[in-house]
Design a protein. Structure first.
Length: 293
């Protein structure tokens, strides 16, 4: 079961407000491309995880804009992933990709502009929450590390270099712990930092995030070969077409699903040991291995 729609609706409203507040100073074509990217319907798993971790660690303020900063980074990654020079995809979340609507040049520039936008939104949100300078620094460092060469971008580079090669399972998991997992872990850790969580609690959330982040990518690979373009909202069969070493190819569909289920169980156990297993975090984890889109 997916988290309550009211929570996701609040995230959509906040993203719209961010566009209204921050985009008017940009060239209209770039602002339009960013707004299109951020308004594309999505599960909003990363901002939800940030909010849920914040609450699990005792946070009681309004952390929604801080959570949205993570979604801006994620949305930028999708804009660039879909470009003709990358995965060359025409559909994302059930509608044409940004470059198909606004052109490749605007999509490239919009994606680049979304990185400092995310940092500015996170910084402003942290100040509005009256976080200490030390906590604000930890929050921003977490976001930037996860988005950069040590995280998502580095994972994407290694993923592209691995196309048409037969990668081992260990190599594939190493790539996806960066490409997909890093931003999921960061979502949880940013929420924890904002709530003033202890190192022990942050460590438990990191274990949880690493496990469900890898499980999420495994299920993405499974759905790429078992779902349809209409159901998934993006073109299926792209991994095979691009010559990627996928989990179903390496482990079989049943084996890949079983691996994802084990990872989620391990992640939930890490939270349970730290006495942080909330219904909200459990709900997202279980959704990851039962989703059909």
């Amino acid at each position: 079961m997916f988290p309550a729609s009211t929570e996701r609706e609040a995230i959509e409203v906040a993203l719209g407000e961010i566009c209204a507040d921050y985009l008017p100073s940009l060239p209209p074509s770039i602002a339009a491309a960013i707004e299109y990217a951020l308004s594309t319907p999505g599960k909003r798993i990363r901002p939800l995880l940030a909010l849920y971790a914040y609450r699990a660690c005792g946070g009681s303020g309004n952390a929604i804009r801080l959570a949205c900063a993570i979604e801006i980074i994620h949305a930028y990654s999708l804009v660039h992933d879909d470009l003709p020079c990358m995965d060359d995809d025409d559909m994302r979340r059930g509608r044409p990709t940004v470059h198909k609507v606004h052109g490749s040049r605007s999509a490239i520039v919009a994606g680049v502009a979304m990185i400092p936008l995310a940092v500015l939104v996170a910084s402003d949100a942290a100040r509005a929450m009256k976080l200490t300078p030390e906590v604000r620094s930890a929050v921003l460092q977490t976001l930037l590390n996860a988005a950069g060469m040590s995280g998502m971008i580095g994972g994407q580079v290694r993923d592209l270099s691995g196309e048409r090669l037969l990668l081992s399972l260990e190599r594939r998991e190493e790539i996806h712990r960066s490409k997909t997992g890093a931003l999921i872990v960061a979502s949880l850790v940013m929420g924890a930092h904002a709530a003033g969580a202890s190192r022990e609690r942050i460590a438990a959330l990191q274990q949880f995030g690493a496990a469900i982040g890898l499980a999420f990518q495994i299920m993405d690979d499974v759905l790429d070969v078992t779902s349809t373009t209409i159901a998934l909202g993006k073109t299926t069969g792209r991994d095979v077409a691009l010559g990627k070493s996928t989990y179903p190819a390496l482990m079989g569909i049943d084996g890949a699903k079983a691996r994802a289920e084990r990872l989620v169980a391990e992640g939930l156990q890490a939270l349970e040991r730290a006495k942080m297993l909330t219904q909200e975090l459990s709900q997202v984890a279980n959704f990851i291995v039962t989703r059909t889109s």
